[in-house]
Ligand binder design. Structure first.
Ligand SMILES: [Zn+2]
Length: 47
């Protein structure tokens, strides 16, 4: 059952955290990582 990685797995692609992962906009970052990468991807207005 290869379900650790792949489509449908809601984990942060940066730290593999699965809590508070933001799936919107195809970011797939958890909230913590999102705050770090948001400025570089133009989402700083959301934080
Ligand atoms: Zn993360």
């Amino acid at each position: 059952m290869p379900t650790k990685y792949g489509k449908g797995t809601k984990t942060c692609r940066r730290c593999r955290n699965h809590r508070g992962v933001i799936m919107s906009y195809g970011l797939n970052y958890c909230r913590r990582c999102f705050r770090e990468v948001a400025p570089s991807v133009g989402f700083k207005k959301y934080m």
